[in-house]
Design a protein around this ligand. Structure first.
Ligand code: ZN
Length: 87
């Protein structure tokens, strides 16, 4: 039998653990039209963490805030990484 006190301690620890995760999640949004390349299309609507984005896109440009980043996958890339929230 697990006491309710123990359960509340476990819940608190889990909550603190969640809050300590500073990962952000982004959605890759390609501007899709007849000029969109296959590379960008492949990433379209993909959800990734900030760490994954930094790893995947070496030329990543971060906006003045974290609301929108630019993966900058190639010259004249118009894609966006839109912040969804913390993970
Ligand atoms: Zn692109």
């Amino acid at each position: 039998m697990i006491s309710s006190q123990k359960i509340s301690i476990v819940k608190t620890v889990l909550l603190l653990d969640l809050m300590s995760e500073s990962k952000l999640s982004f959605m890759y949004v390609a501007i899709t039209d007849d000029k969109t390349c296959d590379l960008c299309m492949r990433h379209d609507l993909q959800i990734m963490s900030d760490e994954d984005a930094e790893r995947a896109f070496p030329y990543l440009l971060k906006g003045p805030n974290d609301l929108v980043w630019y993966p900058n996958l190639h010259k004249n890339c118009r894609c966006l990484l839109v912040l969804l929230g913390g993970m």
